[in-house]
Design a protein around this ligand. Sequence first.
Ligand code: PMP
Length: 411
Amino acid sequence: MNSTLQQIDIEKFRKDFPILQQKVHGKPLVYLDNAATSQTPKIVIDAIQEYYLKYNSNVHRGVHRLSQLASEAYEETREIVQDFLNANSVQEVIFTKGTTDGINLLASSIGRGLIREGDEIIISAMEHHSNIVPWQIMCEDRGAKLRVIPINDDGEIIFEAFEGLLNERTKLVSIVHTSNSLGTVNPLREIIDLAHKKGVPVLVDGAQAVPHTKIDVQDLDCDFFVFSGHKVYGPTGVGVLYGKKAWLEKLPPYQGGGDMILNVTFEKTKFNELPYKFEAGTPNIADVIGLGVALNYVQKIGYDKISAWENELMWYARNRLQEIDGLRFIGNAKHRAGAISFVIENVHPHDIGTILDREGIAVRTGHHCTQPVMQRFKVPATTRASFAFYNTKEEIDQLINALHKVIEFFA
Ligand code: PMP
């Protein structure tokens, strides 16, 4: 059996994604913006459509047939996620709107439940805004302090600095698994081990991890893990917060409303058990069902093959990009996945993005919701190419050809 994907597999899998078959500005679409949103296979779209066509109904409420079908399909995704993350129980799987929503949920809940004046939260200098701003808001509310692990010139965290920041006031470490703007994969085992030695729980932002890497939350021993469906071939508007049961039981609910209660009187409300305590109101039923189909789809292909192929693609792209005059990588971490960021001397990333678009190539340009990373590397923005298992070396060759045109244009 092959340990990576072959051309023949990729051609077959690309047929699962109708959106990839189109032309943009008369050229075949080359989609290299997967870190922003990955594409959705037709089976996921079909599952969502089937829900609306055949059993659209609220969950956990009705005794009627449609509601039972909807509840079963919704809870089946919870089991799929439990297996996908290797969580200990379905009670540890909370459905959210996405990574941002999961972090806001925790920031709010941990803030009210755990944080006192003078406490500290540690994040890193490569976080997405969604793992900075919720903590800033919470720290301001609670009189707590945000501490930031610095990164080196290659875009890797400085471990000794992390050690120096951990102290008896630290209440949580919240850190990205894989950086969306630098492509760095963080040494999470070491980070989590060290934090745990000091009794500090760790939240992992897994938004850019789950599309590329097999995640085992028990093996990682993280206390919380969040990800978004739309970056792992699922729909938008849905994501997951995993939390160790002992922590989730300790924390107060985030939002109040239907489904998160056992009993309500005007005097007092008794909250529901996990995971429902954290799922107030009618959830995004259709997209939760779609997410389950997407996760089964990736698992069927296999993370060993996905990771091996994407790694091959990424290093092929890094090597070929070095041909471009004046190109400089932003982020040179040795352990990396998913995304490559670069700047080209005297050409603004937005101009690069616009010219590539005319060639049918979709990349991301801007600060990638990591403005502190741009400040650290003293650039206003970068161009980012990010990969999925359905990308090919031919597509990277097209990117390189188009970049040569950019250089000629600005010469
Ligand atoms: N964290 C990282 C590392 C990300 O890449 C993203 C999305 N770019 C997010 C968090 C936020 O994800 P979402 O917008 O799906 O909530």
